[in-house]
Design a protein around this ligand. Structure first.
Ligand code: ADP
Ligand code: MG
Length: 594
């Protein structure tokens, strides 16, 4: 019927396809199958418009492999093509300037190039040195047999196909043997075609298997999906056998058209070096993995699927980074995730609290990273109370007149202080990660009415009145502390309370913590960065009162003061080796004097 060379540029095109697409070769299967799907979808559409007769056979796509013949054949019963259409859609590849453009994109791995020129069809030549296509239009146009070799020359003649649709046979090159089996093709098809909208059957000899699920969960209406279906989808897709903490099903069509399901995996911290597992689809056709460009950075540990039919099927990373639609999708995800969190918080607080530990890292980090997310989400951030249970910051502050939030970083080590706060009925929050402290600082920076104070910082909340007339004792304690410029203050706590307590200013402790973190000596016992400790003496303690009656120069007075000081240290932190030695010696002296 007709012969020809595809176009002036094809002699350039074929070597390029081979050279640059090498790394992503598998996509030829995606391209061929998505064309078949398109062909079926087009036919369905014509039927619904009354322009084509209803199909008398179920729509399906078959992909079969023949090891002997070294072929892979893809057959569909879609719209098919007339000779004219083959001429128009297959033979005439518009390639003006293509070579220039392609060399510019050399570094991009190639899938962007194919998409850009609508060369999907020709990607078969990455693996095949000959392709034949038999196609029969849904109209009564005669069937066409088309054949093309890797040199870029084609032949067209009358075909013998009687059924509507298209059958494409790829003759694989010698070095592409590895594609020639059922087991080799199956995983590739599962990767790219698991959710294509037309049933795809893979076969080799007698073996045949359905590859895809034609209506993937994300394309369904959220109200038609059960929790079990969401979990099952998660297990199958991400091979994670721990149920996700929760998920967000996004089903937007206006003004932004995209769908998807995002899961929060059950994990200890958001900082596990976990690859992003968000998969991008285009109308159910898999496009790419690890789409960090489409999802806000702080949600990078989510797993899920996004279907963005407004992106081109072949997108490059650099395209995603600069696309306005992508930015809108990302902003919409932020909104949906926070809506969902608020919904859970308001409707199932118990469940929300149960899962909080897992959610916390994402959300605290998200609030710090993204102002919009923070506005929407900060009031559902939970803090664990030392007395048990959880509260949000607004709930915590509701009970109080001023905006100081008390926290402990170690409920065991700081237990003596905790008891003092409990006795005063002041709630204390448990901060057990660095993120908690970071989040507290972030909150302070956003709201100057809120201050976070560790329970051993200023003791303002628990101490009674300041007591005067203690000049004599002051120098006694300074000597006990071994520093003439040490800070000593006198307050009135209860009779039963410790005779003295140490406190450390919040600012200087944070500074020391930070230095320690940077020097990575986080064993908690390293006091190399000086933090000023203040001794707060309890003038209400009978022992202190006894001390006041003793002449200050007496040895007894010095021993009591030293003992009071070291005991205060022990309530606050582990003793240093020198302090420990002094303490043992002091106890021996005191016991001997009894
Ligand atoms: P694109 O899919 O982006 O249009 P392709 O290179 O993949 O570009 O395909 C070119 C064209 O060839 C398609 O638009 C379609 O018109 C036609 N075509 C390819 N495969 C088939 C098929 N199996 N059935 C019908 N038409 C097809
Ligand atoms: Mg295509």
């Amino acid at each position: 019927m007709a012969n020809g060379a595809l176009s002036v540029d094809t002699e350039h095109l074929f070597p390029i396809i081979k050279k640059w697409l090498y790394s992503e070769k598998d996509i030829y299967l995606r391209e061929v199958l998505s064309n078949s799907c398109d062909a079926v979808t087009k036919h369905k559409r014509l039927v619904s418009l009354g322009e084509a007769q209803e199909s008398d056979t179920p729509y399906r796509i078959d992909i079969s492999v023949d090891k002997e013949a070294r072929t892979i054949t893809v057959t569909d019963n879609g719209i098919g093509m007339s000779a004219d259409e083959v001429e128009r859609y297959i033979n005439n590849i518009a390639l003006s300037g293509a070579v220039d453009f392609i060399s510019k994109y050399e570094g991009e791995g190639g899938s962007g190039i194919i998409g850009h020129f609508g060369l999907g069809f020709y990607s078969m030549f990455m693996v095949a040195d000959k392709v034949t296509m038999e196609t029969k239009s849904y109209t009564d146009a005669p069937a066409v047999l088309w054949e093309c070799t890797e040199a870029g020359s084609y032949e067209m003649q009358a075909g013998t196909r009687t059924q509507r649709g298209t059958s494409i046979t790829m003759y694989l090159m010698e070095e592409e043997d590895s594609y020639l089996s059922f087991d080799a093709l199956k995983p590739i098809l599962e990767k790219y075609c698991s959710f294509m909208p037309v049933e795809i059957y893979l076969s080799e000899g007698d073996k045949e298997e359905l590859i895809n699920e034609t209506v993937p969960l994300w394309q369904k209406n959220p109200s038609d999906c059960t929790d079990e279906e969401y979990k099952e989808f998660y297990r199958k897709q991400f091979h994670d056998y721990a149920d996700p903490l929760f998920w967000v099903h996004i089903n937007a069509d206006y003004p932004l058209n995209f769908k998807g399901i995002l899961y929060f995996p059950r994990r200890k911290s958001a900082f596990d070096s976990q690859e992003s597992e968000i998969r991008l689809f285009y109308n159910s056709v898999f496009v790419a993995d690890n789409i960090k460009e489409v999802c806000p950075e702080f949600l990078i540990n989510l797993k899920g699927v996004l279907d963005c039919p407004e992106l081109p099927l072949n997108v490059s990373r650099s395209y995603l980074q600069n696309d306005a639609y992508v930015r809108k999708v990302s902003a919409h995800i932020v909104k949906k995730v926070s809506d969902r969190l608020n919904f859970l918080f308001n409707n199932n607080r118990e469940e929300f609290e149960k899962n909080w530990e897992g959610l916390k890292p994402y959300i605290q980090y998200g609030c710090i990273k993204d102002a919009k997310f923070c506005d929407r989400t900060r009031d559902v951030i939970l803090f664990e109370k030392a007395s048990g249970g959880w509260c949000t910051l607004p709930e915590y502050l509701e009970e109080k007149e001023e905006g100081t939030v008390y926290y402990t970083t170690d409920a065991k080590a700081q237990s003596y202080y905790l008891d003092l706060y409990a006795a005063k009925n002041i709630s204390v929050l448990i901060f057990d990660t660095i993120m908690d402290t970071n989040y507290a600082q972030f909150t302070e920076s956003k709201n100057d009415k809120i201050k976070f104070r560790r329970i051993d910082s200023d003791l303002d909340a628990i101490k009674g009145e300041d007591t005067s007339d203690t000049a004599a004792l002051e120098s006694l304690f300074k000597t006990a502390m071994g520093k003439e410029d040490a800070k000593v203050s006198f307050v009135t706590l209860g009779e039963e309370d410790a005779p003295a307590l140490l406190s450390v200013s919040e600012e200087s402790r944070r500074m020391a913590d930070m230095m320690r973190m940077y020097s990575m000596q986080g064993d908690g016992n390293d006091f190399s960065f000086p933090v000023e400790e203040i001794l707060t003496v309890n003038a209400g303690s009978p022992l202190v009162q006894k001390l006041m009656t003793l002449p200050a120069e007496e040895e007894k007075a010095a021993r009591i003061a030293k003992h009071i000081y070291l005991s205060a240290v022990m309530l606050a932190r582990p003793l240093t080796p020198e302090e420990l030695r002094a303490y043992v010696a002091l106890n021996r002296e005191i016991l001997m004097a009894l």
